[in-house]
Design a protein. Structure first.
Length: 130
C-alpha cells in the first residue's frame, strides 16, 4: 500500500464531490422553487461535507488536496441520478483499491457511500413524483 498514491486517488473523489456541490447549486437555482429546495440543499451539504472529509484525509497523507473541479454536466434530475451512480461506483472501486488505506475505506463505507446511495432515493422522488 502506498499512502501517497492512495491520497492522490482519493483526490479524484474530492473532485467528484466538489463538482457535485456546484452542480446541486445550479439545480437549486433552476428547480429549487418548484421542487422543494430543502432536499436539494441537503444533498449539496452532504457533498460539501464529503469533500471536506476527504480533503482532510488527503492532506493528512502529505498530498495537497484538490480545491476546485469542473461542474457536472447538468440537464435534469435524471442526469443527477446518473452522476450519483457514477460516484457510487468510484467509492466502491476505492474500497477495493490496495493503495487506499483503512481509515479512508472506513470513512467511505460507513458514511460517504451510504449517504450517496441515499441521494438516489431523493432523486427518484423528483423523477417519479409524489
Amino acid at each position: 500500500m502506498n499512502r501517497q498514491r492512495g491520497a492522490e486517488k482519493i483526490n479524484v473523489l474530492v473532485k467528484d464531490e466538489l463538482a457535485a456541490v456546484e452542480t446541486y447549486r445550479l439545480a437549486m437555482e433552476k428547480f429549487g422553487v418548484l421542487t422543494g429546495f430543502e432536499e436539494l440543499r441537503r444533498i449539496e451539504n452532504d457533498h460539501e461535507r464529503a469533500a471536506a472529509l476527504l480533503q482532510a484525509e488527503v492532506a493528512e497523507r502529505g498530498v495537497e488536496p484538490v480545491t476546485n473541479s469542473r461542474i457536472w454536466r447538468f440537464a435534469s434530475f435524471k442526469t443527477l441520478k446518473r452522476r450519483e451512480k457514477h460516484a457510487i461506483r468510484h467509492y466502491e472501486r476505492a474500497l477495493e483499491d490496495r493503495d487506499v488505506d483503512g481509515p479512508i475505506k472506513a470513512l467511505i463505507s460507513s458514511q460517504l457511500l451510504p449517504s450517496t446511495r441515499g441521494h438516489l432515493f431523493v432523486l427518484d422522488g423528483y423523477l417519479h413524483g409524489p
